[in-house]
Design a binder for this molecule. Sequence first.
Ligand code: NAD
Length: 330
Amino acid sequence: MRVAFFSTKKYDQDFFEQCNTNNTHELNFFETALNKHTASLAQGFDAVCVFVNDELDQETIQILSENEVKLIALRCAGFNNVDLEAAESKNIKIVRVPAYSPEAVAEHAVALILTLNRKTHKAYNRVRENNFSLERLTGFNLSGKTVGVIGTGIIGIAFAKIMLGFGCKVIAYDIKPSDQLKERGVEYKALDALLSEADIISLHCPLNEQTHHLLDTKAFEKMKTGAMLINTGRGALIDTTAVVTALKNEKLGYLGIDVYEQESGLFFKDHSETVNQDDDFLRLLSFPNVLITGHQGFFTKEALEQIANVTLKNLTDFEEGNALENEVEV
Ligand code: NAD
């Protein structure tokens, strides 16, 4: 198939070309993101391959359809950036990579916890400056703490297992509880109970109408004072204004985020020579107890190989008329 890749980085091209054995598909890589302004680049291609911040709204999909694109292949798990009804109305199929090394994201969530807690990022800089003072580097033991997992799909399960290994008490909230976690002693709670009991809360549910701003002002009020919040899910699970307030009034003790509500246009690019106009983001950066990474939870060798292999198989299945194992259905 002729495939137009959008939002491509060098690492995408490297992994996809390496996995596209025998050049089964013709891969064309565009650096630009896909949106209504760039959709006409898809002219002459059978499929587009897109990532988390490409905008597949109704207008974009209309242009893709006019250019006879038949398939949207997401090289990620989340599909909140695609207007599913618009795609269905144009008979464009959507496939995704539902599972690619869930451990990659789960382990990154743990990295955020450990860094915020034990302040290794600050210690690294101090030692390089010959400063061996331990002042303000105090952490806390994870063992014995209560960890609340919101969303216990494949990533949430991998995360919960790691935290159980640390000796934490793990509680969870999900609309579909996992038997696997229940067997390991994880207790499912109502959302409000989880918020009020957890020392650390980690978000692993998808972003949809039900979960948009799941953590808003009211939710922060219910949390333990000094709690740690980790978000490797999607930015808009958290109301940014509310989280800034919770940090300012010291209700929230720590915030570790790999995703940000307004990350589109900001993340995945080098903006080091430009003035950042996002005041909320700059306010978040100003807190000493906030750690932000730029959507790198998925970014391991294992995950990139799996993303490439599953996406290429999705393309082959579509081309050969096979059942679409990883189809996103409306
Ligand atoms: P999954 O589909 O396996 O699990 C999602 C879980 O959330 C399911 O158990 C589901 O029942 C639950 N859920 C759905 N609606 C809910 C609600 N309203 N309240 C509570 N729980 C709800 O997905 P996954 O592979 O574990 O991924 C989870 C999310 O992580 C993805 O949707 C994606 O947004 C994000 N993600 C981030 C990165 C990254 O690099 N930071 C990488 C991959 C995925």
